[in-house]
Design a protein around this ligand. Structure first.
Ligand code: GLU
Length: 478
């Protein structure tokens, strides 16, 4: 038997920025399709015109491209199920709705928002589940006809079979049974004739032949209602995977207030897309090897043993660690390209540095970087002569500092050959009982203003003999 071709989709609403919850959903869909040679589809759910803050989903598509989450069908690419914007699919929904009418699966509800709210309050006061009381299901055909004749606003509701529980098949949770007794008949349209999320999302998944719906756990009760609709249409529902909600360190749902919630913030803060993808893929699972490319993750990810947890803790420290590892891992051309905007915003003159020099400079300090932002402080020494004061050498015994100053003075003529210079200094230090550690510390402070940093040899090479000499002379005269 041949297995059905897998089709998954990421279906964002362009209501604002991408946050890490969305990104993880997109990523899981991407990985699932990639591992299983399936098709990854992007569909933009832009039916809520008032909250449509990203026309044509330009930002979303740019974010996906930045994250390297490529798709096979969707906006800009097209595909068999075009269009991939819900705002352009109205005719399809109208046709499907007519089919629902024909099959007698839905009914008109003329209740006003105020009436519905009153009913809801009454039910809540009586400690009953607040569900629609089906007033309009009981209307006679004549009443309906007269209401329609007088143009009373209405919505279409899907008639749930409340007696029959539905079962959702979920990759992580197994079979989840829902009793529909407390569910309201599902609104499929709004009073202005537009279609609701519940309907448009269901129709699209059905028409686009989606085999697996991977989305956040917050959609679980929507899934129950949609599965009921699949059943009413006599269609096998897709398999679902409800992803755990991302939480902050206190266990609360991640929100705008948490740093690193918005993808844009992370990007500005100097995180690499590789690190973000990597991090969001491995949290919630356990992997022998943690640093992985999308390709490697797609191979290793075990979709057969998914954790049924409903929360995942978002740990910015771990993300920083991964970012640090990725900065060390990417090739120098790419790293330089990534770093340059951060560097030039502090030191515009960096634009004029020859590319080969930039590569060397960045390569020298790349293992010190946690985010791309750290590039400016790490390379500060190159752009600014440190201001030396005695206090900077406080961790070295004063008699050692004095000896080192003398030694350096005598060896300055060797600077054009940094190896010789260092060799001589080490010999001198040994003879005069100055610990090598003290020598290195003093030289580094003299050259870059701090005790930690790249090797002395590299620093001299990058600064050039003249500049290094100038700085060491200041030290000698201190
Ligand atoms: N537009 C919905 C959302 O952004 C899509 C949910 C789904 O994936 O079905 O939450």
């Amino acid at each position: 038997m041949t297995k059905a071709h897998i089709r998954v989709r990421f279906a964002p609403s362009p209501t604002g920025m991408m946050h890490l919850g969305n990104v993880r959903t997109a990523l899981m869909n991407y990985l699932f399709a990639k591992q299983k040679n399936g098709t990854f589809i992007i569909r933009i759910e832009d039916t809520d015109f008032e909250r449509n803050f990203d026309p044509q989903a330009k930002h979303i598509l740019a974010d996906l491209a930045w994250l390297d989450l490529t798709y096979q069908e969707g906006p800009l690419k097209g595909g068999y199920h075009e269009p991939y914007f819900q705002s352009q699919r109205t005719k399809l929904y109208q046709d499907e709705l007519a089919e629902f009418v024909r099959k007698n699966l839905i009914y008109r509800c003329f209740c006003t928002t105020e009436e519905l709210e009153k009913k809801r309050q009454r039910q809540l006061a009586l400690k009953q589940p607040p569900r629609y009381d089906r007033t309009c299901l009981k209307l006679t055909p004549e009443t309906i006809e007269s209401y329609v004749a007088e143009n009373r606003p209405f919505i279409w509701r899907f008639k749930l079979n409340q007696e029959e529980p539905v079962t959702v098949h979920d990759l992580a949770h197994g079979s989840i049974k829902f009793d529909l007794k407390s569910f309201s008949d599902i609104p499929l349209t709004r009073q202005d004739g537009t279609f609701t999320f519940m309907f448009a999302n269901f129709i699209d998944d059905m028409q686009m032949e989606i085999t697996h719906v991977i989305r956040g756990e917050d959609h679980l009760s929507n899934t129950a209602g949609q599965v009921a609709m699949y059943q009413a249409c006599g269609i096998t529902p897709p398999t679902f995977w409800h992803l755990p909600i991302l939480c902050n360190a206190e266990g609360k749902k991640l929100s705008k207030r948490d740093f690193g919630f918005s993808l844009g913030d992370l990007r500005t803060a100097g995180f690499l897309p590789e690190a973000i993808d990597n991090y969001l893929a491995i949290i919630g699972g356990s992997f022998e090897q943690e640093i992985m490319s999308l390709e490697e993750i797609a191979q290793k990810f075990n979709f057969e043993h998914l954790s049924p947890t409903s929360q995942i803790k978002y740990d910015i420290e771990k993300l920083k660690w991964l970012n640090h590892k990725w900065i060390a891992r990417v090739n120098i051309e790419r790293l330089t390209q990534l770093c340059l905007p951060y560097l030039t915003s502090f030191y515009p003159e960096a634009k004029n540095i020859p590319i080969a020099t930039l590569h060397k400079l960045i390569d020298m300090i790349r293992t010190d970087l946690v985010t791309l932002h750290d590039i400016a402080p790490s390379l500060e020494f190159y752009f600014k002569t440190p201001v030396l004061t005695k206090i900077l050498f406080a961790d070295i015994a004063p008699e050692h500092v004095a000896k080192i100053q003398k030694m350096v003075e005598h060896q300055l003529h060797n600077l054009p050959k940094p190896d010789d210079f260092m060799h001589q200094l080490k010999t001198d230090a040994h003879q005069q009982a100055v610990p090598t550690k003290a020598l290195f510390m003093a030289l580094r402070i003299a050259l870059i203003g701090k005790a930690q940093g790249p090797s002395i040899h590299d620093i001299i090479e990058m600064l050039g003999t003249d500049e290094a000499k100038k700085r060491l002379q200041i030290f000698v005269n201190l």
